[in-house]
Design a protein. Structure first.
Length: 199
């Protein structure tokens, strides 16, 4: 395109084009997700192996007085012993959650979402592993729980990671931060009224 004088017109870069740093940021966030998931999964499986080797189901052990106890149980339900009669359904749901997280990770543009999905993935795979490899059989395996707090169901590291992820996702939603890193715009009633008056 040229001006009336014949000199070439140099157009400014379009604001719709991705920023130079964007292509390198997403792989970094995916690494954050994977590392968080691996740390949670490894910690969960190592802790369960230790609990099975050193704890007696009939002999709870105080860790910090009566505030924190280790009490080995096998849970056929979801986190915190919910839906104990639907083991197969819970296995399918956990597998679906893992698939959704992997697919969704392609849109990552927020470090908060990377941590949240990493915690959720690690916790989900941790409990899903129990359901697939432990008795009474694949898809029906009971999850190993052993951490007990006052007035709280017995849980494991995977459960705590899942709950932490849920809280983090809730905070991100309240702040209006999407998975791709964009932030929803909030308009106050006063601002909107002023805009209508100026018009």
């Amino acid at each position: 395109m040229q001006t009336e004088a014949g000199a070439p017109l140099i157009s400014s870069p379009s604001t719709e084009q991705p920023s130079p740093g964007r292509p390198t940021r997403r792989p970094r966030l995916f690494v954050v997700l994977v590392v968080a998931a691996l740390v949670v999964y490894a910690a969960d499986q190592l802790a369960k192996a230790w609990a099975l080797a050193h704890l007696d189901p009939d002999r709870p052990q105080d860790v910090i007085g009566s505030l924190v106890r280790f009490d080995l149980t096998r849970n056929a339900g979801a986190a915190f012993s919910i839906a104990t009669g639907a083991t197969w359904v819970l296995t399918l749901i956990a597998a679906a959650v893992v698939v959704v997280i992997i697919v969704t990770s392609r849109r990552l543009g927020s470090s908060g979402w990377a941590w949240a999905l990493g915690l959720l993935l690690g916790g989900s795979v941790g409990n899903l592993t129990d359901r697939m490899v432990r008795a009474p059989g694949p898809g029906r395996g009971h999850v190993v729980d052993f951490i007990e707090l006052p007035h709280w169901p017995i849980f494991n590291i995977a459960d705590s990671a899942i709950v932490t992820a849920a809280v983090l996702i809730g905070l991100l939603a309240v702040r209006g931060i999407s998975i791709d890193g964009t932030r929803a715009e909030h308009h106050s009633p006063r601002h909107e009224a002023g805009a209508r008056h100026d018009a």
